[in-house]
Design a protein around this ligand. Structure first.
Ligand SMILES: [Zn+2]
Ligand SMILES: [Zn+2]
Length: 337
């Protein structure tokens, strides 16, 4: 079978590998129908995030179950499913507490196509083995189009965790999203905040295309560089640069809720901790808990308040996934006919 492979910076290609198979009774085999390129993939391809040469790449997928192990109870062949990007068992202490991004049954950070330990391959392949199928797989809502919903497989969850629980705690709060490298995730965070009834949603970025996409979702688009004169109760860093991180922290209200969805790769990133101490900011970072958050996100997508497909998306044929991964569009998707 083919598997999308990171050859080197600026090059990914299909490579033939052994077919994925059922290895334990808990597994399912899924045939991907739609692949989404994540912001993180863009980082890998451009050499911004580290990726070993020859690694499988791609982790956003909706597919069809083609086979299940004999211990799988909730899934049957033919079912269309959203496949979380992270591997989670559903039964360890962390999974039971909703921390499915930190499942203790697999090596830390195990997922599809993310240069992580665990040897689970990637989501961009002709067949994908899903361990813990009952715990991981999410049936695609009835009538939902997989191309429309592909954002709900990974990036929309990363966005939801930065504003969803926060707006539940503080209904109607003002929201600032500083957009950048985590491109789609930042735009989605702004769109989800609007959908959840935030009082004001400002989206700051230096990229005119991303600003236009955020505006489509109803956010106030503000071009950077700029002075941030307002302060906000809920702030999201989706840029990944130390300077804008500090600027965003300074635009956070006292007792504000701050989430960095970016991966700051340097061993140390300077923060104005004395200012944060005086303000009493809650600073949150870390991988999303993808599987656990899906249940909260899906109703928002299926009931029309948040449309993950509204973002400008360049659609490729499934076989052309390598080109989709290298495209400079904000968002690309590869889908079977
Ligand atoms: Zn991702
Ligand atoms: Zn677990």
């Amino acid at each position: 079978m083919r598997q999308l492979t990171f050859v080197r910076q600026g090059l990914v290609e299909w490579r033939d590998v052994a077919d994925a198979t059922i290895e334990t009774g808990l597994d399912a085999l899924v045939r991907p129908l739609v692949l989404g390129r994540c912001d993180l993939d863009v980082g890998f391809v451009r050499g911004v995030a580290p990726m070993r040469e020859g690694e499988p790449i791609g982790h956003e997928m909706i597919g069809e179950v083609v086979d299940v192990g004999d211990l799988v109870r909730s899934m049957t062949p033919g079912q269309h499913v959203i496949v979380p990007s992270q591997i989670s068992c559903g039964t360890c202490r962390n999974c039971r507490r909703g921390f499915t991004g930190r499942c203790q049954a697999v090596p830390f950070g195990a997922g599809y196509g993310m240069n992580r330990d665990g040897d689970f391959g990637c989501a961009a392949a002709d067949l994908v083995r899903v361990p813990y199928a009952d715990a991981m797989l999410v049936p695609l809502p009835t009538g939902a189009d997989p191309v429309t919903m592909i954002g709900a497989a990974d990036m929309a969850l990363d966005a939801w965790r930065a504003v969803g629980p926060q707006l539940r705690e503080r209904p109607g709060a003002s929201v600032l999203v500083v957009g950048g490298l985590a491109s789609v995730i930042g735009i989605y965070a702004a769109g989800i905040a609007v959908a959840l009834g935030a009082g004001r949603v400002d989206y700051v970025d230096d990229d005119p295309r991303r600003l236009a996409e955020a505006a489509k979702y109803g956010a106030n688009a503000i071009a950077r560089p700029c002075e941030l004169t307002e302060v906000y109760e809920i702030v999201v860093d989706a840029d990944g640069q130390a300077e804008t991180l500090v600027q965003a922290l300074r635009a956070t209200e006292p007792e504000g809720l701050f989430t960095s969805v970016s991966i700051h790769l340097r061993p140390l990133t300077g923060l104005p901790l004395i200012e944060l101490y005086h303000k009493g900011i809650t600073f949150r970072t870390g991988r999303a808990n993808v599987r656990a958050q899906t249940d909260a996100l899906l109703p928002l997508c299926t009931h029309g308040h948040f449309d993950p497909a509204m973002i400008d998306t360049r659609l490729y044929a499934f076989d052309d996934a390598p080109a989709a991964w290298l495209d400079d569009a904000v968002r690309t998707v590869a889908a079977r006919d």
